[in-house]
Design a protein around this ligand. Structure first.
Ligand SMILES: [Zn+2]
Length: 195
């Protein structure tokens, strides 16, 4: 018997669910407004994230597409700020009820294996596609992991989210080593100042 884990079958857009979830997080973080920043990310920056996560190029995004994706990101972020799986599931259910279409299968006219989509059509606008594909991935993560799909960075002012890793409850608090280090240094300074 093989000892390695079986490779998961290709899922939406030929990606497996973990890759879809990583794409969701990368887009959420690219679309997140840093505290104090007034400018949304440029369409080319968002297109680059899509290409990095397997979207076949060239990817043409308009400023309006980025606006709609940013609106979707605000809703999706609520699933990551839920502290327990019940709240994450109920927030995701609200999005599934209000904002996505019915589950359907597509092969993108024979160019990919059949896989599920929740958007209304293969040529749906980017904002609709982003929300629907993210909801699908997050639903599977909650189903499979029996815990919130991820969390939000505990560093004040950092708008980034992250995925839960490994099995069991996640103990992760920061989006990156950079945020973890910054907070450790700040805590150290506060402790010294109290002495
Ligand atoms: Zn952070």
């Amino acid at each position: 018997m093989p000892t390695s884990m079986p490779t998961p079958p290709p899922s939406a857009d030929g990606l497996g669910v973990p890759a879809m979830a990583r794409r969701t997080v990368a887009l959420l973080n690219a679309l997140a407004q840093e505290a104090g920043s007034e400018h949304p990310p440029s369409p080319s920056a968002v297109a680059e994230v899509l290409r990095e996560h397997g979207e076949p190029g060239p990817v043409e995004l308009s400023a309006h597409d980025v606006e709609e994706m940013s609106a979707a990101a605000v809703s999706l972020r609520e699933v990551f700020t839920a502290d327990d799986v019940d709240l994450a599931a109920s927030r995701l259910n609200r999005l599934l009820a209000r904002s996505t279409g019915r589950l359907r299968l597509t092969s993108h006219a024979g160019t990919t294996p059949w896989h599920p989509h929740l958007d209304s059509a293969d040529d749906a606008p980017w904002g609709e596609w982003f929300l629907a594909s993210s909801c699908l991935a997050l639903a599977v993560l909650i189903w499979d992991g029996r815990r919130p799909p991820g969390g939000h960075c505990a560093s004040p002012g950092c708008p980034h989210v992250y995925l839960a890793h490994g099995s069991g409850p996640t103990t992760r608090r920061y989006c990156s080593r950079r945020c973890a280090t910054r907070e450790r240094v700040a805590a150290h300074r506060r402790a010294r100042a109290r002495r």
